[in-house]
Ligand binder design. Sequence first.
Ligand code: SF4
Ligand code: SF4
Length: 81
Amino acid sequence: MINTNHRIEFDPEKCVGCQICYKSCFVDVIRWDAEAKRPIFKYVEDCEHCFLCMALCKKEAITVVPNYGSEHMLQNFDKYR
Ligand code: SF4
Ligand code: SF4
């Protein structure tokens, strides 16, 4: 596993359980806790840093904090060059 030091911060107090972040994540980093009606952030190291979840959350409950110096991040940049 690559250690990215990548973080996704989530504030459950702001979240209204709309599922938009869950539906927007194309790599399944965001799962859904049906009981709590809140997103679960799993396998954060697989995050592709698209910022869609953060951009679409109308309650500003999510902050994606990439580590731009990480090996994983640099590999992603190389992929799209
Ligand atoms: S988009 Fe925001 S408000 Fe909606 S479930 Fe995700 S974190 Fe909660
Ligand atoms: S930034 Fe993109 S890939 Fe990462 S958790 Fe959010 S939606 Fe998923």
